[in-house]
Structures are given as C-alpha cells and as structure tokens.
Design a protein around this ligand. Structure first.
Ligand code: NAD
Length: 380
C-alpha cells in the first residue's frame, strides 16, 4: 500500500532526527511491502527565513493532502524576539488547527534498560505492575482544542481595586467529548483494554458532563474496562503506582499537566513520542494525524551528532499504528529501538541511567539510528 507523509523537519535538531525516522520508515516499507512517499515541507524558523511566515499557506495545503504528518521541532534563538504571532511555534498551532486534530496521545512507558532514568523508588515500581512485571506503560489521551484554553475569558474592573476580576471558562460540547473518548477507547482496544477518565466531577459541572457521556459510551465498549478518577488523586497515583494505568483520557488542561508529570517518570525527553489525531474516516485510519517527538529543537546540540533520534523514530511508529493501522510494523520499530538499547547503546541524554551497566556505550545520532536499522533488518 502507498502512504503519503508530509515531512516537516523544522529547525535545530529537527532535520537530524526526522531524517533517521525516514530511514526507518523506508526500511519498514521494504520489509513489509509498503511505499511511503515523503513530501518535504517548510514550517517554523526555516519558513520564516524563506517566506516571512511560520506556516506558509502552501505548507498547510500540502499537508492536508497527505495521509499523515511527521514533524521534527521548530524554534530557536534566532527567532526568539519576534512577536508572538510570528514566532516559529505558531506553526504548530496552525498545523493542529488546519489538520483538525483534537486528541493528543502521549505514551509514557518505563523501558527496563532505562530504569535509572525513572525517579521513582524501587518500592514504588515494585508495587506497580504491568502484566506481572514491575514497570509502567501508560498512554495519556488529552483533548487538545477545547476547554478552558479556548473558552471565553476576560477581565472586569481596573485590575487594582479589590473588586477587579479575571475569568477563564471551561466549556465542552457533547460532540467534543464524544470524539476524544472514541479515540481513547480505540487506543485502549489496541492496548490492555482499560480506560480511566480523569476529571474533577466532585466540583466541576463540565467534569460531570464528561462522566455522563463516558458512562454512556462505556456501554458501547463492553470489552474495555472503564474507570473514573479525580485529577488530584491521579496526580498522586502517577507517582505512587503508575502501573495501574493503561489509557488515561482527560480534558485539555488536566492532560497538559498530567502528561508532563508522566513524561518525567520515563526519564529523557529524547525518548518521548507523541501523536495528535483527528476524526476517524473509516474503521481503520485517522486521516489527519500529526506525529512528533515531544522535545524541542535543542539548538544547544544541533548539528553535533548528539541528538537522540529515538523519540522521532518512536513517533514514526505511532504514525504506523494510529494513522495507517500497521500494528505489526509499529511493533517491529519499537522492538528495534529496544534492540539498540539492549546492545548497551546510549545517546548522551540517556547515558549513565542504567545501574551497573558496564556494557553501556555512548554513541551519536547516526550510530544509534544505524543500530535501530540493523535491529530492524535482523528481525525475522
Ligand atoms: P528542548 O526540548 O529543545 O531542549 C531542552 C533540553 O533537552 C536541552 O538541553 C536539549 O539539548 C535537550 N534535548 C532535547 N531534545 C533532545 C534529544 N532529542 N536528544 C538529546 N537531548 C535533547 O527545549 P527548549 O530548550 O526549551 O527549547 C528550544 C527551542 O525549541 C525553543 O525555541 C522552543 O520554543 C522550541 N520548542 C519547540 C517544540 C516543538 O517544536 N514541538 C517543543 C518545545 C520547544
């Protein structure tokens, strides 16, 4: 099958790490009989330099015609003093809005090879099992385009008198809640079949609405175990027993906070992938997925063959899974990343995290990606 992938390398380490993800996808194509056609597009600082705007209309238009988008990172000191609307990061908002993505998926899993990257104590992890092993492997599905970040806001008064006020509004429609819940239930069905709605239903009316709709939908997804948790408790449970979670689904603001908390539990920013996806077109594909590592453009290490390419490669794996429904291929890529780590290879950001690992060897971007490719080639 043929897939078109909009490729936005962006700035800083973006081009270095996306190039490695492309190499991996090309090999996946050869091995499994698919063709990935890459359409390289400009956005971010690069686009500002060449066109004067962070997201040229031609980039968005071309991206809309592709099956999915893979992005490196945008931004850097060169463009830091531009006004907000002209900064490279505006390209991300424009792409999300233009592609109609409304669900942000952030996996957070502890790889055994990176045990020491996780700040949790052994006792905590020991109490925290996934399929019998002391670890955690969870996915946060965050609503991305609604809620308090986009609700009505304002101020009354002069700002100085005691009666002056400021307000933001959390407002969700049934349609907004239903569509993100569907993404989350679908994700749970591909994983360990458990979904936890995180909210503040003991206080907030909008949270009670989320609960009502989730309870209705739970009837449709009988094979998925649905549970509910207050957000304050969830923030605590993530550091007390993260292994209890499979898929967490939540609103924009709660997801923003919890996904950052969860990412710290896994260690390096250079390992973490993300997906932002939109409406399901058929039973099998999300047409408008945007896949990117969660790290930024890391200008401090750009061009030095230091950047960890694994977050970008794992983002490509998410694209295979969620946009193309190529589960076998996605798992093969993830297993190859594991294979490279099993060989003791570490980029600088994840080095020295494995207690007593004498075999650990620090490598650069190129060597780490080459090891992933080799592991993929060697798979049966
Ligand atoms: P950053 O994620 O770029 O870097 C933070 C630290 O992590 C740096 O020390 C960096 O060297 C390190 N790091 C990041 N990715 C790494 C990797 N793959 N391998 C090894 N080390 C890695 O965050 P920042 O420094 O706050 O931001 C730099 C620029 O990136 C800014 O212009 C910011 O606005 C932009 N940014 C873009 C995105 C995006 O495009 N999605 C996200 C965050 C920040």
């Amino acid at each position: 099958m043929n897939y078109s992938v909009a490729l936005v390398p962006g700035d800083g380490i973006g081009p270095e790490v996306t190039a490695k993800a492309v190499d991996v996808l090309d090999l996946v194509g050869d091995k499994f009989g698919h063709i990935f056609n890459f359409v390289e597009l400009e956005a971010g600082g690069l686009a500002i330099d060449s066109t004067g705007e962070p997201l040229p209309a031609s980039t968005l238009e071309a991206a809309k015609h592709c099956d999915a988008l893979l992005l490196g990172a945008v931004g850097g000191p060169k463009w830091e003093n531009l006004p907000g609307s002209m900064r490279p990061e505006r390209a991300l908002l424009g792409l999300r809005a233009g592609l109609g993505v409304f669900a942000n998926l952030r996996p957070a899993a502890l790889l055994p090879q990176l045990r020491d990257a996780c700040p949790l104590k052994d006792e905590v992890l020991a109490a925290s099992h996934v399929e019998g092993k002391p670890t955690f492997d969870l996915l946060i599905v965050r609503e991305l385009t609604g809620g308090i970040y986009f609700g009505e806001r304002g101020r009354d008064g002069d700002g100085r008198s005691p009666g002056s006020t400021a307000f933001d509004t959390e407002r969700y429609s049934r349609a907004e809640i239903e569509r993100v819940l569907r993404v989350a239930y679908d994700a749970a069905a591909r994983r360990r079949s458990r979904l936890c709605l995180v909210d503040k239903a003991n206080v907030l009316e909008s949270s009670r609405f989320w609960r009502e709709i989730t309870a209705e939908m739970a009837g449709e997804y009988k094979n998925i175990e649905t549970s509910y948790m207050y957000v304050d408790n969830c923030a605590m449970q993530l550091v007390r027993a993260p292994g209890q979670f499979d898929v967490i689904v939540t609103s924009n603001i709660f997801g923003d906070i919890l996904s950052d908390e969860a990412s710290v539990l896994t260690g390096s920013i250079g390992m973490l992938a993300s997906a932002s996806i939109g409406a399901k077109e058929t039973d099998r594909r999300y047409p408008s997925g945007m896949y990117e590592p969660i790290h930024g453009s890391a200008p401090d290490i750009a061009g030095k063959d230091i950047a960890n390419p694994l977050a970008a490669i794992l983002s490509a794996a998410m694209m295979l899974r969620y946009s193309f429904s190529l589960e076998k291929e996605a798992r093969a890529v993830e297993a190859s990343v594991n294979g490279a780590l099993d060989m003791g290879l570490r980029t600088k950001d994840i080095a020295g995290r494995t207690a007593g690992c004498a075999a650990e060897r620090i490598v650069g971007t190129n060597e780490m990606a080459a090891a992933v490719i080799k592991a993929l080639e060697n798979q049966g």
